[in-house]
Design a protein around this ligand. Structure first.
Ligand SMILES: [Zn+2]
Length: 860
């Protein structure tokens, strides 16, 4: 039967995989494709996610294009001129050093990329009148399930015959520095590697093509790469096996193509660069001052975290139904293959891979095809292994419960008791470290809930570990060691290393000053396992002048009492004339990890009491026990047009409190989304706070910025003199009504409404945009307006301020506002607000008054 389909398609400007950019054409997924019929029936898939399921066929494709073009395609050219001779000459000419750097390079790029509008019009006229010389090139390809081509008149070509394979590297001349020679060498290395682990390369031609693509994209015999990176070439060229020859349904079982090729990429790095992977991943200063995880531990980290938080997914889920497609197909699937390699052994695994390729080359494969080869060659019943890893989200979690060593004569008997805490079952490796520095390993079946074994040694064993390299993807490795491991480091910024198998302690000597305590010195210690479990902070300081000790402690950990995403925390403090504590339960409600509609709920009890008023500024804090219960809710949905957030809380004083009040607060923000095309970005915030009966000063709403309880979180704002007295009001902590012009003195009220508007200004420093982004440089103008809604608000003010209002005039009866300019550099913010309209809140009589503020947190 023969079917003829006539179709026409407009080639669009390039988005994702396909389209044109200036004179460059990437043509993938461009024609009506035959639907696959297999033992699961028809697969009439729509084009989504860039992945597809194609039927093997012989392709004869003729492409007609202007005769100055160079074309790279699936298959061999059988008729017409693909322009390779010119492209080869271009590469050779450049190899001789004919300049394509600097000005000459830019000129060649401009010439290759663009034509003037007049040139374009002229060309179009010629083409439509058929005057312009075109050429037709025909390609022939067999045993392929897709056909793609790339055309670009500026291409340079390097090609070479290697082991009977025509390897072709097409690059755009301005990328010569990264592409010439290196891509050829990397491709050859990759082919060598793939032939070693799987078998002979499936095609007689392989084109690696430089395209304006993010990452890369595979087609039979051709890959479009957005860079010359070694790992990218390995991944994409690896697809010639795992996608090209072993052709799976990429949508239904992404792990069979993406998982396999990513696994071989990691495997290569492991073999060639050792346990830490590729050397080029070595980090820059100051991160290089700290240790980092081994390659596989680093790869496993996000999957383990996903599992701990309860967002794991099944690897076998079809791509379009995954919330975490990338993590599942590119990370968890390779971890599954690593676990399989560990289970069957390295040697058997290599045999499996070779047999799988040999048997299924140029056929459709699925889980069953791979599983049957695994079972045949390993002689193991792997059904349950595959089912657990691919079709469930079960966790692997083992623990050493007991490790006892007894000595009789010269023989040491070690008794080991292991508990299986998780549902996923794996064979285990026990690693004993011996007193003479050697390691002895034993293999144990991890099927039972409790496993008890005795081992004898000639040398005393000092420790035991379950799978110290974690090939089994154990999600809680702390208890895999006996004795447990501990790690100590200095608690400084940039130290982001948390060992995956040890409890981490970090220490920091601290010291500061305030007028009452004088100089203070102390130590802070924090601890956690993987910065997630059992987190605590302990801090102690001694004040040399007052002779008093400060103490602070906190504890927080995840809890499963409220299903996933629950946490409990507690803190207590005794410092600088104040004492108190907080107990909190929090819970996030979300469908998946990056759910933009995640809802955060908090319930808390707090106690704050001032016992010595000499530490605080007048009007900021009232003596007495302030005990309250609170409930808060937050949500932050993001759309294409803006990101927004809503925070609301309700609090009330409870038994034992010396105060009686209720407090309600709502705050909402609108900001531009991450990537906004507009040069001027507007940010908007609304705030409303209302309290009833008689809240103490520290529980009222501050007009100028965050109130005294929030300021206590910053040691330099906590007590008199920690920040120079004269400039205390110049330090602005964003929050509450945030009227930046009114930060002088403590204007605390019961009812306040306000709004802040900021316009971020485009900075004329486009040349150093990377620099600008690194520094987080932002310049903006702002306008704050609001109203104190308390009845007779001025009556609530301290007498020293009240006395300034002459003749019963109360400026707080009116809308008040300020405006100014600000600049933010990294985290430091400098704002210059001007009063507007209503002066006189302190002892100032000017209509306008300029002030300056610095701060470290932003309003937005
Ligand atoms: Zn891929």
């Amino acid at each position: 039967m023969s079917i003829t389909i006539a179709f026409s398609e407009k080639v669009k400007r390039k988005v994702g995989r396909s389209g044109y950019m200036e004179r460059h054409y990437d043509m993938g997924q461009w024609y009506p494709k035959m639907v696959v019929y297999d033992h699961n029936g028809w697969h009439p898939d729509q084009f989504r996610l860039g992945e597809f399921y194609g039927e093997f066929a012989t392709y004869d494709v003729s492409v007609t294009l202007p005769d100055d073009y160079v074309i790279a395609a699936t298959g061999d050219p059988v008729e017409g001129d693909p322009g390779w001779k010119e492209a080869r000459a271009r590469a050779a000419e450049r190899a001789k050093g004919a300049g394509d750097r600097g000005a000459a390079g830019n000129a060649s790029r401009t010439k290759a990329r663009g034509m003037s509008a007049a040139e374009k019009a002229e060309r179009l006229k010629k083409i439509s009148s058929k005057e312009y010389p075109n050429k037709t090139v025909t390609f022939h390809a067999e045993k392929v399930h897709d056909f793609a081509f790339v055309a670009d008149p500026s291409f340079a070509l390097q090609d070479s015959l290697y082991k009977g394979i025509e390897i072709m590297v097409f690059y755009r001349p301005w990328n010569r520095a990264t592409w010439q020679d290196s891509v050829m060498a990397r491709t050859i290395r990759t082919i060598d590697w793939l032939e070693r682990i799987a078998g002979p390369f499936p095609y007689k031609r392989m084109s690696v093509v430089d395209t304006p693509t993010r990452g890369g994209m595979e087609y039979p015999m051709l890959v479009m790469n957005g860079g010359a990176d070694d790992a990218l070439i390995r991944h994409e060229v690896g697809h010639m096996y795992f996608y090209g020859a072993l052709a799976n349904d990429e949508r239904r079982e992404a792990w069979l193509d993406e998982g396999f090729t990513q696994f071989q990429t990691f495997w290569y790095a492991e073999e060639h660069y050792g346990p830490y992977g590729e050397a080029k991943d070595k980090r820059s200063f100051p991160y290089n001052l700290f240790p980092r995880r081994k390659m596989w531990e680093g790869i496993a980290e996000p999957v383990i975290q996903l599992k701990r938080e309860g967002f794991d997914e099944r690897i076998s889920t079809p791509a379009q139904n995954l919330n975490n497609y990338t993590l599942m197909a590119y990370v968890k699937a390779p971890l599954f293959l690593r676990a399989l390699r560990y289970t069957v052994g390295d040697e058997t695994f290599e045999k499996i891979l070779k047999e799988y390729y040999k048997k299924w080359k140029f056929k459709h494969v699925d889980e069953e095809a791979f599983l049957s080869v695994c079972k045949d060659l390993s002689g193991m019943d792997l059904d349950e292994f595959f089912r657990q890893w691919l079709h469930t989200t079960k966790d692997c979690d083992y623990a050493v419960k007991q490790f006892k060593v007894e000595q009789s004569d010269d023989i040491y008997k070690a008794h080991v008791k292991i508990e299986r805490k998780g549902e996923l079952m794996m064979p285990l490796t026990l690693a004993f470290r011996l007193k003479n520095g050697n390691t002895a390993t034993e293999r144990v079946d991890g099927f039972l809930r409790t496993i008890e074994k005795d081992y004898t040694f000639d040398v005393k064993p000092v420790s035991v570990a379950i799978n110290p390299d974690n090939e089994i993807l154990d999600i809680y490795q702390l208890d895999n060691f006996k004795p447990r491991k501990m790690h100590l480091s200095l608690d400084v910024p940039f130290n982001t290393y948390y060992p995956e198998n040890a409890y981490d302690f970090r220490l920091l000597p601290i010291g500061f000053y305030n007028d009452i305590d004088g100089g203070k010195l102390g130590l802070r210690m924090r601890g956690s396992y993987d910065n997630y479990f059992r987190r605590f902070t302990l801090q102690g300081l001694y004040g040399f002048e007052s002779g008093s000790f400060d103490l602070y402690g906190s504890l927080d950990f995840p809890t499963h009492y409220f299903r996933r995403d629950g946490a409990l925390s507690a803190e207590g403090y005794y410092r600088e004339g104040r004492q108190g504590g907080r107990l909190e339960i929090s819970k996030i409600r979300r469908k998946y990890k990056l759910d933009p509609l995640a809802q955060h709920f908090r319930f808390y009890l707090t106690y704050n009491e001032m016992t010595d008023s000499s530490y605080t500024y007048p009007g900021t804090y009232d003596s007495g026990k302030d005990i309250k219960a609170g409930l808060s809710f937050a949500i932050a949905p993001t759309t294409d047009i803006f990101a927004s957030s809503l925070f609301t809380s309700y609090e009330r004083s409870i038994w034992g409190s010396d105060f009686n009040y209720e407090r309600f607060k709502i705050e909402t923000r609108f900001t531009p989304p991450g990537r906004s095309p507009l040069p001027v970005k507007m940010r908007l915030r609304f705030f409303y706070g209302q309290s009833t009966i008689d809240p103490p000063s520290q529980e009222r709403f501050n007009l100028g910025g965050a109130g005294s309880l929030a300021r206590e979180g910053y040691f330099w704002l906590r007590s008199v003199g920690a920040f120079p007295r004269d400039y205390y009001d110049n330090f602005h902590l964003a929050g509450d009504a945030n009227m930046r012009g009114y930060t002088d003195a403590a204007f605390n009220f019961k009812r306040v409404f306000s709004s802040n508007i900021e316009l971020s200004l485009p900075l004329p420093i486009s040349r150093t945009r990377g620099f600008k982004r690194k520094l987080g440089l932002d310049m903006y103008i702002f306008y704050d307006w609001g109203k104190v809604m308390d009845k007779g608000a001025a009556g609530e003010l301290p007498p020293s301020i009240k006395s300034n209002f002459a003749g019963g005039y109360d400026p707080l009866d009116h809308i008040i506002s300020d405006f100014g300019v600000g600049v933010k550099i990294w985290r430091l913010r400098i704002d210059l607000p001007l009063y507007l309209r209503e002066p006189g809140l302190k002892d100032e009589t000017e209509k306008w008054r300029l002030r300056w503020l610095i701060g470290v947190n932003g309003v937005f």
